[in-house]
Design a binder for this molecule. Structure first.
Ligand SMILES: Cc1cc2nc3c(=O)[nH]c(=O)nc-3n(C[C@H](O)[C@H](O)[C@H](O)COP(=O)(O)OP(=O)(O)OC[C@H]3O[C@@H](n4cnc5c(N)ncnc54)[C@H](O)[C@@H]3O)c2cc1C
Length: 437
């Protein structure tokens, strides 16, 4: 029986210790690439056959970039790495006793298991919000958002009914973290530069963009300086910033806030929090806040030898500088992936060193020429911050081709004031002649 299931994953027995990594995001990918040419057999499993660069999702959603320019096929990265195998599968269950992971493909045994499964959108248990709002936590969700926005612009131009038009045009963005701020800023830029050119029959001033944030200040993970400036930039761009209010319900026509108000809008974009997905078979006691899995300074789960968790999915409360866990950002994931590889390559555990997070700063952009940057004690806002944001994101992207394409797109958009990718592409299969007649 075991043999059959192994064949399903078709991973050869090489006599090497096997490291199975679930998730090829920032953490899993860094770990796998750092274990290239090591003595381990590495099996990198992801439900997508590509790595996705989440910080630029909003540009895909706003039709500024194509999905392919911020995604990178996993097989291409490991073409020349004979000890790294890629498997395209969704892992559903883990058995720590059997040292196995399970998927539709069957099961696969491991010596070391690394969960780098990231996080997903948090609706805080509200099913209605999950159904009626638009998330942006994957490339396909970003594309869906792009289709919705562009389709609504097209429908808005075809209706004579003022209220219907307003519903199609007005948008509520929920959550004043980096994603919400960046999406609201990009929507405001579309309103300012694209609508007047492409949709001349629409009154672009009629378009209302709301950013609703539950906290006292936007960008709560950044400095007061960044929050203040981000809010000012958004207001300058015409965004209605509403703080200390929560969206508690939404339907096709309104977003409802906790103070009993309703805001007319046809689309609610949900960027109000994340939670980690749980795999079946893991003991309840290993989970901490937001379903993050508690790990020690070696990213190992206490009491579960050989089980490691990295990136967004991990919470390392033992780091005295971050008692509530490291920030869930790309740098944390990358650093942990690199560090675990270094430890694993050392072999004997007595040589392992504890992980120390190095804060390289945080930033967010709000339309063209405007960004906020906190690096150590340095606080910047405006054009220079925006240039830094551009450079950092460009260099973090995987692959020279992607960097060149993104760079050309940005230069083009900057000088032309025009994103040129406003195509509505809905996956649809032709059913062949005669079927629909
Ligand atoms: C819209 C957006 C904007 C962001 N902007 C920034 C930013 O500007 N700067 C910044 O530092 N951070 C940003 N972040 C956060 C950053 O992207 C995350 O912190 C980072 O991606 C975490 O890396 P990770 O490797 O832990 O998880 P992820 O990168 O999320 O990777 C998880 C991987 O696991 C796979 N996976 C999950 N479950 C399974 C399963 N059961 N089976 C198989 N595969 C599975 C997923 O497909 C995915 O590839 C942003 C996030 C989002 C969503």
């Amino acid at each position: 029986m075991e043999q059959v299931n192994r064949i399903a994953f078709n991973v050869p027995e090489t006599g090497q210790e096997r490291v199975v990594i679930i998730g090829a995001g920032f953490a899993g990918l860094k770990l796998a690439s750092s274990l290239r040419k090591s003595n381990y057999q590495v099996v990198l499993i992801d439900r997508n056959n590509y790595h996705q660069f989440q910080p630029l999702f909003y540009q895909v959603a706003m039709a500024g970039l194509e999905p392919s320019s911020i995604s990178f096929p996993l097989r291409k990265i490991f073409q020349k790495s004979s000890n790294v195998l890629i498997r395209y599968a969704e892992i559903t269950k883990v058995s720590l006793e059997e040292k196995r992971v399970y998927a539709e493909l069957g099961h696969l045994n491991f010596d070391y298991l690394v969960l780098a499964t990231g996080a997903t959108t948090n609706y805080y248990g509200n099913k209605e919000l999950a159904e009626n709002t638009i998330p942006m936590k994957s490339i396909s969700e970003a594309l869906h958002l792009r289709n919705e926005i562009l389709t609504d612009y097209e429908y808005a131009i075809s209706t004579r009914d003022y209220h219907e038009r307003q519903t199609l045009l007005d948008v509520v963005v929920v959550g004043g973290g980096a994603t919400g701020v960046e999406v609201a800023g990009a929507l405001a830029e579309m309103k300012k530069y694209i609508l007047p050119k492409d949709y001349t029959e629409l009154q672009y001033k009629e378009v209302d963009i709301y950013l609703i944030h539950g906290g006292k200040r936007l960008l709560p993970g950044m400095s007061e300086h960044a929050s203040r400036n981000a809010e000012k930039f958004l207001i300058d761009l015409g965004v209605h910033v509403i703080k200390e209010k929560r969206v508690v319900a939404a339907d096709n026509s309104f977003a409802y806030t906790n103070d009993g108000k309703k805001i007319p809008c046809g689309k609610v974009i949900w960027a109000a929090g994340i939670v980690c997905p749980r795999l079946d078979g893991l003991p309840d006691e290993i989970f901490g806040h937001g379903n993050r899995i508690k790990v020690d300074r070696f990213n190992e789960v206490p009491g579960c030898e050989g089980l490691f968790v990295l990136g967004d999915a991990a919470i390392m409360e033992e780091d005295p500088d971050y008692p509530t866990g490291h920030p869930q950002v790309a740098q944390g994931a990358i650093q942990q992936g690199k560090h675990l590889a270094r430890n694993l390559k050392k072999g004997k555990r007595d040589k392992w060193t504890p992980f120390k997070y190095k804060d390289l700063g945080s930033m967010a952009t709000i339309g063209r020429n405007r960004a906020v940057v906190d690096i150590s004690s340095l606080r910047m806002a405006g054009f220079t911050a925006w240039l830094i944001w551009l450079l950092v994101h460009l260099f973090q992207l995987l692959g020279v081709r992607n960097r060149v394409i993104v760079f050309i797109n940005w230069v083009w958009n900057y000088f032309s004031y025009d994103q040129s990718l406003r195509l509505i592409i809905n996956p649809r299969r032709s059913r062949g002649p005669g079927v629909n007649q």
